[in-house]
Ligand binder design. Structure first.
Ligand SMILES: [Mn+2]
Length: 324
């Protein structure tokens, strides 16, 4: 069943007792914030504390405060299972999928346009900047949001999913909601900084490696890092988060390619673009993604990465030339 408005959604949440909430695997700021804000709201409505099921919450998202609701397992059968920010059923962990099937009723709250609407009740708003924005609307349909913890979580989720209010999904409504959340007295700069800016010493070393290895060639900012380079700097692949976006931000770059050696002779190729369709290029090499953000995995000898770069760039340059 497709829910038509926030009121229908909040009524369902109100009508059920034991609630389990789950976000997607490898949870991001939006998923964690949505779970947390919804749990705080349910708790505030004088109900049993819901259970949140999430995989490991990364350090930078600890500020959202999901901990108090987090459990590894749930005993019994939930009355209502709420899946948030899950673009499809496979985005739930295997454990969450089992519980979803057992639950008396299921509710999906999401903003991915391709969502196949896999729950009993589905509330999916593709124009919303984030699931956190939708959660705000659901709570707000019942009562004005004044709880500082709820406001802080929702703000963190919105900041994360809009890339700090930079992505095109950011609307005037997003800014209006944000202004109401700020009005609740949240630690505005502290949260923004933690979600958007703070990095570890290793991440800084990884970024310096990416920059050191980068060059701008015919509108493509490209950087290639081998396992040997990473070992020398003492960094891991998880320290590269955000690197390809950083490359694309170079003046004069219309596309960016960041290539790193995942395991011996296997390279992860991440692409970003301003106009051209990089998902089509990724698909040529067995990968995929979105129009402006895509990735694939390619085989190469680390001593011959020039050939690898050439193969990818030929495709990109061809598309860029058609675009001019
Ligand atoms: Mn999201």
């Amino acid at each position: 069943m497709i829910l038509r408005n926030t009121k229908q959604c909040s009524t369902i949440i109100r009508d059920f007792g034991n609630i389990v909430i789950a976000g997607h695997i490898d949870p991001d700021g939006d998923a964690i914030a949505s779970c947390t804000a919804l749990s705080l709201y349910i708790l505030e409505s004088a109900k049993n504390a819901p259970t949140i099921l999430l995989e490991d919450v990364k350090e930078r998202y600890k500020i959202i405060g999901a901990d108090r609701f987090l459990k590894d397992a749930y005993e019994g059968t939930p009355d209502l299972f709420i899946a948030v920010d899950c673009g499809d059923f496979s985005r739930l962990s295997a454990y969450a999928q089992e519980l979803f099937k057992k639950a008396r009723k299921t509710l999906l709250i999401d903003h991915h346009i391709s969502n196949p609407l896999f729950a009993d009740y589905n509330y999916v708003l593709p124009n919303a900047s984030s699931t956190s924005e939708i959660i705000f609307e659901i709570i707000n349909a019942e009562m004005p949001v004044t709880n500082k913890e709820i406001a802080a979580a929702l703000y963190a989720g919105i900041v994360f999913d809009t890339g700090g209010f930079r992505h095109s999904s950011t609307s005037s409504r997003t800014h209006y909601i944000t202004s109401l959340l700020i009005g609740c007295g949240i630690d505005l700069t502290g949260i923004y900084d933690e979600i958007m800016n703070v990095h570890t010493v290793k991440e800084a070393a990884a970024r310096s490696l990416v920059i050191e290895k980068s060059k701008l060639d015919r509108g493509i900012m490209i950087s290639v890092v081998t396992l040997e380079d990473m070992a020398k700097k003492g960094v891991n692949s998880c320290d590269f988060e955000g690197s390809v976006n950083y490359l694309l931000a170079t003046r004069g770059a219309n596309a960016a390619v960041f290539i790193y050696e995942k395991k011996p002779t296997e390279f992860k190729v991440s692409m970003r673009s301003k106009k051209i369709d990089v998902s089509a290029v990724a698909q040529l090499f067995g990968g995929g993604g979105h129009k402006h953000a895509a990735a694939c995995v390619m085989k190469s000898d680390p001593r011959e990465t020039d050939v690898l770069v050439k193969t990818v760039c030929i495709e990109l340059i061809e598309r860029l030339s058609k675009c001019q």
